[in-house]
Ligand binder design. Structure first.
Ligand SMILES: Cc1cc2nc3c(=O)[nH]c(=O)nc-3n(C[C@H](O)[C@H](O)[C@H](O)COP(=O)(O)O)c2cc1C
Length: 358
């Protein structure tokens, strides 16, 4: 069956991918409560739409950190994309470039910082997992600057990998023929009982004692703007901005880290109130519909990011699959803006929403 909406790519990908790979992408931590919660949060908002507003052909252009985009939807950093499709991150980046949105490359990518940069012309951001050795983090950041990446996303919700029980059951490990391209062959797997090999790789490459000093170090170290990814509290958002962050990404890592973490959409308004005048506030987690994007923007987000949907689309059709998925979301956005009676993104506000009780 041809996909007509983002969620249709999931079963199509499941039919193609090895079980371990599909479960790695689809799964969340422990009870997967946050994974479900991210979606449920969107369903609690309904629209108070406007009528007779002449809102045909809405303008979807948006801006983050002075960078212009054709729509406010970007591709979130996700690890080792060559396990979803042989063209991996290069294909996803090409599709993002063609759609005029940003692509975020993971530290744990399966094509290198430089290989991905050569694959497209659009805006690219680099996601950093702080390494226990600062010199290694410094080298990633320098490589990203040299290769024309426009921002660093520092992921702060992963001092160590969450317990993803599907992966533990599957004894998930890096598939044959795929490598961590930025790590120059380093594979420092430790043997911790009860954890899948992939989680052990992640734990070897991340700083378990991640702290505010690391963020301060990073913002001083690089001339690139630093966006802090994985914030859900106003006090933390303020602290991050004080430490030099130039953007905040409200995220719980797609429900893959602390389970029972607050849904990203539910955390968003508090963070917009706290720092939204000073820096752009982005969000990710559970965005699957044009109406989801609109809801997040009504609550003050400057843009949203997608994780799983584009991995499924990548698995199904490589760069073309991701292009189709982004085009679908764009169509949904255009139709929903017109039906909502809103012509530009700057007109989106809380006034258009009502939150129904649980
Ligand atoms: C398979 C997979 C791998 C991920 N890898 C990373 C990563 O390497 N770095 C990172 O900061 N976030 C990573 N994330 C989290 C995403 O950036 C994003 O926060 C999340 O997927 C958004 O939720 P969604 O999948 O519901 O759209 C990963 C997510 C998935 C699904």
């Amino acid at each position: 069956m041809e996909p007509v909406k983002l969620d249709d790519f999931e079963p199509a990908a499941e039919a193609i991918l090895p079980k371990g790979v599909f479960d790695y992408i689809a799964g969340g931590a422990e009870d997967e409560a946050t994974l479900r919660g991210n979606r449920q949060a969107f369903a609690r908002y309904q629209f108070r739409f406007k009528i007779l507003a002449s809102a045909d052909q809405p303008d979807l252009t948006s801006e983050v950190l002075g960078q212009r985009f054709r729509m406010p939807v970007h591709l979130a950093p996700t690890a080792i994309q060559r396990m979803a499709h042989p063209d991996g991150e290069a294909a996803a980046y090409q599709a993002a470039s063609d759609a005029g949105v940003a692509f975020c490359l993971s530290t744990l990518s399966s094509l290198s910082i430089e290989e991905v940069a050569a694959a497209g012309k659009g805006v690219r951001w680099f996601q950093l997992y702080m390494h226990p050795e600062r010199a290694i983090s410094a080298s990633f950041v320098e490589r990203a600057l040299d290769a024309g990446y426009g921002a660093i996303l520092l992921t702060v919700d992963l001092p160590l990998a969450g317990r993803r029980e599907r992966d533990i059951r599957n004894v998930f490990s890096l598939p044959d023929g795929v490598s961590y391209a930025n790590l120059a062959g380093r594979r420092t797997r430790v043997t911790a009982a009860g954890l899948d090999p992939f989680a052990q790789d992640v734990n070897a490459e991340t700083h378990p004692g991640l702290n505010w000093g690391d963020l301060e170090w990073l913002t001083k170290k690089t001339s690139l703007p630093v966006i802090v990814k994985g914030v859900v509290r106003a006090d933390d958002a303020r602290h991050a901005v004080d430490a030099g962050a130039r953007g905040i990404l409200v995220s719980n890592h797609g429900g893959r880290q602390l389970d029972y973490a607050i849904a990203s959409l539910d955390a968003l308004p508090e963070l917009v109130d706290a720092v939204g005048k000073a820096v752009p506030v982005l969000m990710d987690g559970g965005v699957r519909r044009g109406t989801d994007v609109i809801k997040a923007l009504c609550l003050g987000a400057s843009g949203v990011l997608l994780g799983r949907p584009y991995l499924y689309a990548l698995a199904v059709g490589g760069a073309d699959g991701v292009r189709r998925m982004l085009a679908m979301l764009r169509d949904e956005l255009e139709v929903s803006m017109t039906l909502l009676g809103v012509k530009t993104l700057s007109e989106l506000s809380k006034d258009l929403l009502v939150r129904i009780s649980d």
